[in-house]
Design a protein around this ligand. Structure first.
Ligand SMILES: NC(=O)c1ccc[n+]([C@@H]2O[C@H](COP(=O)([O-])OP(=O)(O)OC[C@H]3O[C@@H](n4cnc5c(N)ncnc54)[C@H](OP(=O)(O)O)[C@@H]3O)[C@@H](O)[C@H]2O)c1
Length: 318
């Protein structure tokens, strides 16, 4: 695939060569596969000490994560994507500095979450501030060097992956049982693994319109009741249903946080997702123009449930 990009000097540039950090991760795997399918020339950059495995046929560079080494690794690339796990987030500034020094034109920063304007609970402020350091670095470099640009991709809830991975979202696939929080009607937007891959491809195929900002991705806007109906249709059986108030999650999450215990993040994420009437997690509403720009496929609750059940049946790693 060859994509034209008008630069500030009006010369045509091409985004063809794309480097990715975190290629074997939860989201890096579908992103890498989408990039290869779309015809990009992909290079995986990975840590010297990494034990990650990668699909055959893709160039791999093992590197120390220093500005000097990564500048050498990134030279000749048109774009770079950071999709490392939370433990690697602090290495992102080095990647960004190296990308700019190497002449990379687009850096996709590590969001794949809730974006810069999300109304999160105060307990998440520290995590959010840590993530913003690198975003700010990308913004500063893009301001200073018009040939360097960045994009963040906000996906909201990674819906098919998250439902399967976290039964606390309300659906226990093995037991065919559900916890419905309050009325079960709180809407949120979600992006599937397929949608996350498409969002990255969409940014790189629309470089002008996505430069120097965060874009919003969405595969679906839905709620628990719609998903439960779809699960019952797909499995042909009535699921056991328990009702809870999501306020209990808020209380237990806050208590765990105060006492320094684990598990608070999931409790508070579930609260943020389903807080009645808050519409907190509608990150890409129906009329958001980015969804069309990125050529995202609108999916249905039946599509989502089909993906979750297929992944469970094939024993894919969560
Ligand atoms: N919206 C949501 O609810 C949601 C959910 C999950 C994740 N996310 C976000 O999505 C992004 C990717 O998360 P993920 O779950 O896909 O990641 P992941 O699977 O946990 O990790 C991906 C890769 O990160 C690299 N990595 C791990 N530790 C590192 C370190 N200390 N230094 C440098 N690299 C390291 C590894 O690559 P190598 O071994 O190749 O070096 C690893 O395979 C993150 O920003 C995460 O916060 C959002």
């Amino acid at each position: 695939m060859v994509v034209s990009l008008e630069t500030h000097s009006n010369t045509m540039t091409v985004i063809k060569k794309v480097a990715i950090f975190g290629a074997s991760g939860n989201f890096g795997t579908p992103i890498t596969s989408a990039l290869v399918s779309a015809g990009f020339d992909v290079t995986i950059i990975t840590r010297i000490e990494s034990l990650s495995t990668f699909p055959p046929g893709i160039a791999i560079i093992k590197s120390e994560y220093t500005v000097e080494r990564l500048t050498a690794a990134l030279r000749g690339q048109d774009a770079a994507i950071c999709v490392v796990g939370p433990a690697g987030n602090s290495t992102q500034e080095v990647m960004i500095d190296a990308a700019e020094a190497a002449g990379v034109e687009r850096f996709i920063v590590n969001d794949f979450g809730w974006g810069p304007n999300f109304r999160s609970l105060p307990e998440f402020q520290q995590i959010g501030a840590q993530r913003r350091i690198a975003w700010e670095r990308a913004r500063e470099l893009a301001e200073a060097n018009p040939r360097f640009t960045y994009t963040g991709i906000t996906i909201g809830n990674p819906i098919d992956w998250a439902i399967r991975r976290f039964p606390a979202m309300g659906f226990d696939i093995e037991r065919r049982s559900a916890v419905i929080y309050d009325a079960g009607s709180e809407e949120f937007t979600g992006t599937t693994l397929e949608g996350i891959g498409q969002a990255v491809v969409g940014v790189l195929t629309h470089p002008d319109a996505t430069a120097n900002r965060f874009v919003k991705a969405r595969s679906i806007q839905t709620n628990q009741n719609q998903l439960l109906d779809a699960f019952q249709r797909a499995t042909g059986q009535a699921w056991e249903i328990r009702r809870e108030s999501v306020k209990d999650r808020l209380e237990s999450g806050r208590k765990k946080h105060e006492e320094g215990n684990g598990g608070w993040i999931l409790d508070l994420l579930v609260y943020q997702l389903y807080e009645p009437g808050a519409a907190r997690c509608i990150v890409a509403p129906g009329d958001d123009p980015d969804v069309e720009l990125l050529e995202m496929r609108e999916e249905t609750p039946d599509d989502i449930v089909g993906k979750v059940l297929n992944a469970a049946a094939s024993g894919d790693e969560k």
